[in-house]
Design a binder for this molecule. Structure first.
Ligand code: BTN
Length: 328
């Protein structure tokens, strides 16, 4: 792999014990002139990096960019970078669409596609996922799992639960998963997940996990949702400012590990524990819509295939897909 100079510089700065690296050490390590280093530092500044430059000590990162930096992600995720498996775009139609194109093109999986903004962000059930360039996470992870199609719903649930655990661990958030794959913080939606697959009757050949996270800003849904805006950003919900680049690195590491655990079928026990902790609907009165049917009842347990069991007067219904809302 040919690594670009910016990634090498960011890695050297991140790895330096005191954070400082001199311009001449960078020039020597990259086999380029001091002037070339200066040019790359200027480009990084334009990207949003701020550096301290101190005589005899060199440069140090003072502030990371507000928006995503390909150099930062490549520097921190070498196991993906060395396969050129991180695709960071300024703008895309949809990271899911791009991931699907890359898989169709024969690129090696797993791979990651991230965009600073999307012009045709897709949500579940044919909805639009608003994706402005405002420091949010719009990303897709693409796999070739060769698993049975019955594993698709448990996979989406497992990844949703993993994101809940991740968000709780970064602090000051109490995320909850609303079946099948919406994540709520403070009673409002903060994360949406869209899983798409190419499969036949026996095998899932290609699997794309698309995740939209309102990190810095949430769409205003006041008009769409009578009773107030039902979306929230993580910054608002946690009362602190999350730094998008380290957040993205930790999220991708967590998700790739969770995929491995799932693929090796080692997820069942943890799944049960996480489901008990993060299931928003447990025992709640709900209204479920699937196709044209509307079911009112109590959300009960999960079937092994990930269907949600709704108990009602006439017995129970297993919900395989659809939308569930809490009844007030
Ligand atoms: C939903 O809640 O309806 C799911 C939203 C999923 C949005 C993400 S953003 C990244 C990826 N690319 C897309 O076009 N959609 C998903």
């Amino acid at each position: 792999m040919k690594e670009d100079k910016a990634t090498k510089i960011i890695r050297a700065l991140l790895q330096s014990p005191k954070g400082f690296v001199t311009g001449s050490a960078m020039a020597r390590d990259l086999s380029v002139s001091r002037v070339a280093i200066w040019g790359v530092m200027e480009k990084l500044r334009e990207e949003g990096y701020e550096f301290d430059a101190i005589r005899n000590r060199g440069y140090r990162i003072r502030e990371l960019p507000h928006n995503l930096s390909a150099s930062y992600l490549n520097a921190r995720l070498p196991f993906l970078a060395e396969r050129s498996a991180i695709h960071v775009h300024d703008t895309l139609d949809s990271t899911n669409s791009e991931a699907e194109r890359l898989l169709a093109d024969g690129q090696k999986a797993p791979l990651v596609v991230i965009a600073k903004e999307q012009t045709k962000g897709r949500g579940r059930l044919g909805r639009i996922w608003e994706s402005p360039r405002e420091g949010n996470f719009y990303g897709s992870l693409a796999f070739r799992p060769r698993l049975n199609p019955s594993r698709m719903q448990p996979f989406t649930l497992w990844m949703g639960l993993t994101i809940c655990r991740f968000l709780e661990e970064i602090g000051k958030l109490k995320p909850m998963l609303k079946w099948p794959n919406d994540i709520y913080c403070n009673g409002k939606k903060a994360v949406g997940i869209l899983t798409e697959a190419r499969m036949d009757a026996d095998l899932i050949h290609e699997l794309v996990l698309g995740i939209g996270i309102n990190v810095s800003s949430a769409p205003d849904l006041t008009d769409a949702q009578p009773g107030g805006n039902q979306a929230v950003s993580l910054n608002e919900a946690s009362g602190r400012e999350i730094s998008l680049n380290p957040f993205t690195v930790a999220l991708l590491e967590t998700l790739l590990e969770a995929y491995k655990v799932f693929h090796e079928d080692r997820y069942q026990e943890a799944f049960k524990r996480l489901w008990e902790r993060y299931n928003l609907l447990q025992g709640k009165t709900v209204k479920a819509r699937t196709g044209t049917a509307v079911i009112n009842g109590i959300a009960s347990h999960l079937r092994p295939d990930g269907a949600l069991i709704i108990r009602h007067q006439a017995g129970e219904t297993a919900l395989v897909s659809g939308e569930v809302t809490l009844s007030t």
